[in-house]
Design a binder for this molecule. Structure first.
Ligand code: AMP
Ligand code: ZN
Ligand code: FE
Ligand code: FE
Length: 293
């Protein structure tokens, strides 16, 4: 294995048309090369469908870290807190994790369809067919509903779509299926993968879990957490860094790029080479693809 050089630009969390991004996997790796990225994590929601195309089109010198982002929940009595778990370098054929991804994807379709029905019942002119076409067979997410609302002239932009129609406060919202976060950590580990907590302190997305829960996640096999992420401000990042240090977790960074479905550009936040080195030193079912293989 080659070592990670100190000058490498590393973005470990991105989305493509395999879920709710707008670039195909081939376009994503080409844009990542243009942005000067050396190591790219591909983490579509609840799917590995983009891995092969990204690997096939990988520009020379680039390294691909295949992964996925899992929709999870932390249940505390009557309270449910949504959270996202990244899994890297797991075995895509692992039956338990594969079944769970399929369950989450299927539920995302029926949930989006129900949200369309809720809006249609209120006179908002979007159709499931339109949303399904926009998703093009990939994992369906609210960004597809947002684009349908913009294209239908209901709202001027994606941000307004989220605020006025798609947020959990907006009346049309339907909860999606998720995995208990401790079960998800166990599944990713059992598939030989490396679980990393995505945007753990992104408070403007909704309530976040407290430090004690993250400590229990670490005990359950979590290996890292995102520190530098567009949805975490300087205070959140400092807090996340201190917590990662206390818990012995690897601190990562990423753009969470979604193409034009979000304003965030590639590599607006990145992972330190030493953190990637620590991640790749852990045993995993798959090795990276490309230069650092
Ligand atoms: P879902 O997974 O279907 O619940 O949709 C959540 C997705 O919508 C995540 O990928 C978020 O990054 C994205 N999202 C949430 N709020 C916004 C927003 N205001 N603008 C753009 N994307 C958003
Ligand atoms: Zn997304
Ligand atoms: Fe996320
Ligand atoms: Fe994401």
């Amino acid at each position: 294995m080659s070592t990670v050089s100190s000058s490498q630009l590393i973005d470990l969390h991105t989305h493509t048309t395999a879920s709710d991004g707008t670039d195909t996997p081939a376009q994503l790796v080409a844009k990542a090369a243009d942005a000067g990225i050396d190591v790219l994590g591909l983490t579509d929601h609840d799917t590995t469908a983009g891995w092969a195309e990204a690997a096939e089109h990988l520009p020379p010198g680039m390294t691909l870290i295949p992964g996925a982002e899992f929709s999870c929940v932390y249940v505390d009595g009557a309270r449910r807190i949504s959270l996202h778990l990244l899994g890297y370098l797991f075995d895509p054929e692992d039956a338990m994790l594969q079944d769970e991804r399929a369950r989450l994807r299927e539920d995302r379709r029926s949930r989006a369809r129900r949200m369309v029905e809720n809006m249609a019942a209120d006179g908002i002119p979007i159709t499931w067919e339109q949303v399904s076409d926009l998703a093009g067979g990939g994992t369906v997410g609210r960004p597809h509903l947002a684009r349908a609302l913009v294209l239908s002239g209901v709202v001027p932009d994606i941000d307004t779509a989220f605020r006025d129609a798609l947020s959990s406060r907006a009346g049309y919202y339907v909860r999606k299926a998720d995995t208990d976060v401790f079960a998800a950590i166990a599944m990713v580990r059992s598939a030989g993968g490396l679980p990393v907590f995505a945007h753990p302190l992104a408070r403007r997305r909704g309530p976040v879990v407290d430090d004690e829960v993250i400590a229990r996640m670490a005990e359950a096999g979590l290996v890292g957490m995102e520190i530098d992420h567009p949805d975490q401000d300087a205070t959140d990042r400092a807090e996340a860094a201190a917590l990662a240090r206390d818990l012995g977790l690897i601190g990562t960074g990423s753009s969470d790029y979604h193409g034009t479905n979000k304003p965030t550009g590639l590599a607006v936040a990145t992972t330190r080479p030493a953190a990637l080195e620590a991640l790749l030193a852990l045993p995993s079912a798959k090795r990276p693809i490309g230069a650092l293989a």
